[in-house]
Design a binder for this molecule. Structure first.
Ligand code: NI
Length: 168
């Protein structure tokens, strides 16, 4: 297994729109394991392939406290949604930035597992929010896109400044 580099906002590669996964092979298995290791190491609760510069519709997620309930979502899509919930979100690609975002409160998700078997789950609260956040990544979208222009600009400047300091 290997840890992968996580792209940092405002990196343009975070804007890639991921393509559907069609091959459920060892490459996909290795990628999902590497992504899981990268997510656990960060540490974070979710990671989309676009965040490690792979334009494929693949997400790993683990919301458990013990970090022993890994979910792998291949080609995830929301087929039903209802309600509205506002929660504070963060993102491994936007370090140390947290902001309230409105999402659907309840969703029905359709996805495939690592072997290509289709499944559906109903999700609410944190799981629903996390799934919507990760699917956004697969569509080239980052949670700060929901904030005001002024806030986005502030975040961009803050991160660019910190990145420059880190490499100075
Ligand atoms: Ni994120």
């Amino acid at each position: 297994m290997a840890k992968l580099e996580i792209l940092t906002y405002p990196d343009k590669r975070l804007r890639q729109v991921a393509k559907p996964v069609t091959e459920f092979d060892d490459r996909l298995r290795t990628l999902s394991k590497d992504m899981a290791e990268t997510m656990y190491g960060a540490p974070g609760i979710g990671l989309a392939a676009v965040q490690v510069d792979v334009a494929q519709r693949l997400v790993v997620m683990d919301l458990s406290e013990e970090k022993n309930q890994l979910r792998v979502l291949v080609n995830p899509e929301i087929i039903k949604q209802e309600g509205c919930i506002s929660t504070q979100e963060g993102c491994l690609s936007v370090p140390e930035v947290y902001a309230d975002v409105e999402r659907a409160e309840k969703i029905t998700l359709r996805a495939q597992d690592i072997n290509g078997y289709p499944f559906e789950i109903e999700a609410d609260e944190l799981l629903a929010v996390c799934i919507q956040h990760e699917i956004d990544h697969l569509n080239g979208k980052v949670f700060v896109d929901y904030l005001s222009r002024i806030k986005q600009e502030r975040i961009r400047k803050k991160i660019l400044k910190e990145t420059r300091l880190a490499y100075a």
